[in-house]
Design a protein around this ligand. Structure first.
Ligand code: PGA
Ligand code: ZN
Length: 416
């Protein structure tokens, strides 16, 4: 089957900014995909091409849309509809290490729409098609399994207009079905609303951040973790739900120091602070605890955890940016033990699958993730199931772009 037409336009993301939707067509079928957008982006991510002009406060995507409708559309017209071939053609056409010629947003929208189109032509669910791609890449066939949700219920950092420096306070339920896990997330979230009302009052404290979690007017990470602990207790889920953090530490780092709780901390001080939090709140996962290039801090932290025999998921997001080269580096230096997989950090589905494979081969967990600016497109739900990811980060059960992922996963579980 040949690609007949590739066409893009701008649509809205969840922050009300423009993003790209691309349609790929054969003679009789068509499919589309919408790409997400981050706020606390890693320095080494592939480039999201924005117009930087007057329109949309600089965030227009007309250049990226034009790249799809001219350069990419011309190249792909009448070429075979095959994922790897299309992705390789896109990578070659772009020709830069960070997709800065065409824009990772332009490239990814085509790559994901192609995946959806192939699945619909084969009359397969998208996760099944991804699972076939995974098999071709890795030689492994896996039984489909549902990822555990990691739900960001309290928002800070760049995702909220409050003074919480840490970006995400997550709950990680561990029941034996996605449906039960989703129910736990919802019940804890609703309980948290009551707890916040009671402890802090309604005014300004029940605002919602970019990922659907509450953005209360508090400052210290301990306050957020305390609220979550009470909500876990009161909702009856304490035994089955753990807590996690996405610190996004690159956002409060300068010159080997971290500005936190009104203190300038060295990495040793920050590590000690984390060790206390891990102990006090029984944390199961911590993401981006250090700045993205502060490798010595990551390595020291991992060594200390090993020495103490502490089981903790240490997740690289800005550190790894879904980039095979950086993941290999982090594996060889022992900087983390889990990969946050965001397809728009690298730009094609094929490269995202390669990134996941490298991490899994090293025995790491792979956590598929949304972005803070997202859309009703639930591609990542199918991606997580298709590659057998251990977890998925999908925000709070609130706002349509977040619930779309929960709803898709509920439906997938029904089908399996
Ligand atoms: P972002 O945040 O999408 O704004 O980068 C998500 C994350 O840091 O995990
Ligand atoms: Zn992150």
């Amino acid at each position: 089957m040949l690609i007949e037409k590739v066409f893009a336009r701008w649509v809205l993301d969840s922050r009300g900014n423009p993003t790209i939707q691309t349609f790929v067509k054969t003679k009789t079928f068509q499919a589309s995909a919408i790409v997400p957008s981050g706020a606390s982006k890693g320095l080494h991510e592939a480039l999201e091409l924005r117009d930087n002009g007057k329109a949309f406060h600089g965030l227009g995507v007309s250049k990226a849309v034009k790249n799809v409708n001219t350069i990419i559309a011309k190249k792909l017209k009448n070429t075979p509809l095959e994922q790897k071939m299309v992705d390789e053609a896109l990578i070659k056409l772009d020709g830069t290490p960070n997709k800065s010629f065409l824009g990772a947003n332009a490239v990814l929208s085509v790559s994901l729409a192609v995946a959806r189109l192939i699945a619909s032509i084969k009359n397969q669910p998208l996760y099944e098609h991804i699972s076939n791609l995974w098999k071709d890449l890795t030689g492994h066939v896996h039984k489909h399994s549902m990822p555990k949700p990691m739900a960001n219920l309290i928002n800070g950092g760049k995702h909220a207009p409050n003074d919480l420096v840490f970006q995400e306070f997550l709950i990680i339920p561990n029941y034996n079905s996605f449906e039960k896990n989703a129910q736990a997330v919802i019940e804890v979230y609703q309980e948290l609303k009551n707890v916040i009302k009671e402890k802090l009052g309604v005014k300004c404290n029940l605002c919602i951040g970019d990922e659907g979690g509450f953005a209360p007017n508090i400052q210290a990470p301990e306050q957020a973790l305390d609220l979550l602990q009470i909500a876990l207790q009161d909702s009856g889920h304490k035994k089955k739900v753990s807590l996690g953090l996405d610190v996004a530490a690159s956002e409060f780092y300068n010159n080997k120091k971290y500005f936190l709780n009104n203190n300038l901390m060295s990495c040793e001080q920050l590590i000690n602070y984390y060790l206390d939090l891990i102990q006090d709140y029984d944390l199961a996962s911590i993401e981006d605890p250090f700045e993205q290039d502060h490798f010595s801090a990551w390595s020291l932290f991992m060594q200390l955890l090993n020495k103490k025999n502490k089981k903790l998921q240490v997740v690289g997001d800005d550190l790894l940016v879904t980039n095979p080269k950086r993941i290999n580096l982090a594996i060889s230096y022992g900087l983390a033990n889990a990969l946050l997989l965001k397809p728009n950090q690298i730009g094609t589905l094929t490269e995202a699958l390669q990134a996941a494979f490298i991490a899994k081969k090293a025995g790491w967990n792979v956590i598929v993730s949304h972005r803070s600016g997202d859309s009703e497109d639930a591609f990542i739900a199918d991606l997580a199931v298709g590659i057998g990811a251990s977890q998925i980060k999908l925000g709070a059960p609130c706002r349509g772009e977040r619930t779309a992922k929960y709803n898709r996963l509920l439906n997938i579980e029904q089908e399996l």
